[in-house]
Design a protein around this ligand. Structure first.
Ligand code: KIV
Length: 285
């Protein structure tokens, strides 16, 4: 197993042009597998809202949801760097609440860093303060799902010169404020390349092409387990939903036809005890 990833690893990844492998997790058993697979960054993303909790967007995810799932993930991780998402309205309303909520993800849930979406003066002030009190922050630009209602759908961002230029300026502002890395979601690959070349911190792309410092996907997408929708940038590395469906159908059939469990999958009394019990209870059994 490779050595533990810490905040200093990110500068090294960038310097050595070593691609960062990032994936999401929301539960213990998935986290254990990702950690054993040498994934560098495990994000407890607020995509948990859609993928694990069945909401249509990330908006309904609460701080309690994030704490609960981040705790489960960090219990399974020994080596990877765990980042927890700040859910919608946990940092947007006021500065004090934002700092307290970020602190909870570190203190109660054991995350190594937090991620928040977008750039504005409020966010930049939060990022500066969090880094000054020892909480690493990951930025997130491009399509930021918490702003889906402003974007008008799951749409690629930065598609004309002005918007692309604004993304570049925003990325620099985030770096200046102190983020250690930036997720670039659904931006044209040329724009992602410029941002990546202009920053000293690594970029991690999702739907941003290959000219970035790392890639992140939602694990349930990659595994073909969450199939409600398939964005263009997702590649299925498995057909887990089908595999699970088949296994569960087989189990159901075996139960219905009494093929499960077999004798060697059950517990048994000694023969003597069985006979004694039968004579005690009577012959009906
Ligand atoms: O919530 C999430 O899973 C994310 C990734 C898709 C980057 O933010």
């Amino acid at each position: 197993m490779s050595k533990e990833i810490n905040i200093l690893s990110f500068a090294k990844f960038k310097q050595l042009k070593q691609k960062i492998v990032a994936l999401t997790a929301y539960d213990y058993s998935t986290a254990v597998i990702l950690d054993k697979s040498n994934v560098d960054v495990i994000l407890v993303g607020d995509s948990l809202g859609m993928v694990a909790l069945g909401y249509p967007t990330t908006h309904s995810v609460t701080m309690e949801d994030m704490i609960h799932h981040t705790k489960a993930v960090t219990r399974g991780v020994k080596r990877a760097f765990v980042v927890a998402d700040m859910p919608f309205m946990s940092y947007q309303s006021d500065f004090k609440t934002a700092i307290e909520n970020a602190g909870r993800l570190i203190k109660e849930a054991n995350a190594k860093a937090i991620k928040l979406e977008g750039v504005n003066q409020h966010n930049l002030t939060i990022i500066e303060h969090l880094t000054s009190i020892g909480i690493p922050v990951m930025g997130h630009l491009g399509f930021t799902p918490q702003s889906v209602n402003i974007f008008g759908g799951n749409l690629v961002q930065g598609k004309d010169v002005d918007k692309a230029n604004k993304l570049i300026t925003d990325a620099k502002a985030l770096e200046q404020a102190g983020v250690f890395s930036i997720v670039l979601e659904m931006v044209p690959s040329q724009v992602a390349k410029i941002i990546t070349n202009q920053l000293n911190i690594p970029t991690i792309g999702i739907g941003a092409g290959h000219n970035v410092d790392g890639q992140i996907l939602v694990t349930d997408d990659l595994l073909g387990k969450f199939t409600d929708f398939k964005p263009k940038f997702v590649r299925y590395y498995s057909t887990l939903a089908d595999i699970m469906q088949e296994a569960i159908n087989n189990y159901a059939n075996d139960v219905k036809t009494a093929k499960f469990p077999l004798a060697n999958e059950s517990f048994h009394l000694d023969e003597m005890d069985e006979m004694q019990l039968e004579s005690l209870i009577g012959s009906k059994n």
